[in-house]
Design a protein around this ligand. Sequence first.
Ligand SMILES: CC(C)(COP(=O)(O)OP(=O)(O)OC[C@H]1O[C@@H](n2cnc3c(N)ncnc32)[C@H](O)[C@@H]1OP(=O)(O)O)[C@@H](O)C(=O)NCCC(=O)NCCS
Length: 177
Amino acid sequence: MSPSLTVARITADQGDVFRELRTASLREAPYAFGATLEEALSADAATFDAKAALNAASITTTTFILYTEGHPAGVIDACFDDTPARRAFVSELWVAPAVRHLRGGELLVNTASEWLARGGAAEVYAWIADSNRNAMRFYERLGFGPTGDHRPTARAQDQWESQLVRHVTPLPVPPAG
Ligand SMILES: CC(C)(COP(=O)(O)OP(=O)(O)OC[C@H]1O[C@@H](n2cnc3c(N)ncnc32)[C@H](O)[C@@H]1OP(=O)(O)O)[C@@H](O)C(=O)NCCC(=O)NCCS
């Protein structure tokens, strides 16, 4: 991994960075996500500010940002769903093309997985569009495998996505302070 790549949890004042990364990902890789660029562009700044504040503090949903030399260059969301099983998911993964193949994606997935494991997760799930062969290979290299669940994508009902899962070891919550 390049020593210049780092990952940190989003902070409450990073609504603008969040918006920038989300719109960049939807512009560059629209095939990979459920939302559309138009939706992201039409959302006002306050929406991103509120999401950043929530994801900076919540114990059920968060965002991690990848930095290269201090500049935001990638993003991933992690959350526990609100079912009784409280399943853990990673989603919205994106790494800027200029810094791909430097293990930034791996660092994002592993950091998000560790956060979920500290929240009690024993499995981490992800939905990947079947047509996104690159992402499918990427996740398989990281130890994810198919659960057998398929569903039409939110973006196009004639396209499908598959659910992948990776087992993780639940980790102790770090001491406060
Ligand atoms: C999928 C994605 C996040 C991967 O990001 P990345 O930072 O390039 O990921 P990594 O560098 O950790 O790994 C990518 C590949 O580079 C390889 N790689 C990493 N470091 C390497 C090195 N030093 N030498 C050679 N190969 C290397 C990895 O093995 C992996 O190969 P694979 O795709 O054949 O499995 C990125 O391609 C992306 O943003 N794509 C568009 C959006 C998308 O599809 N998101 C997923 C939505 S589900």
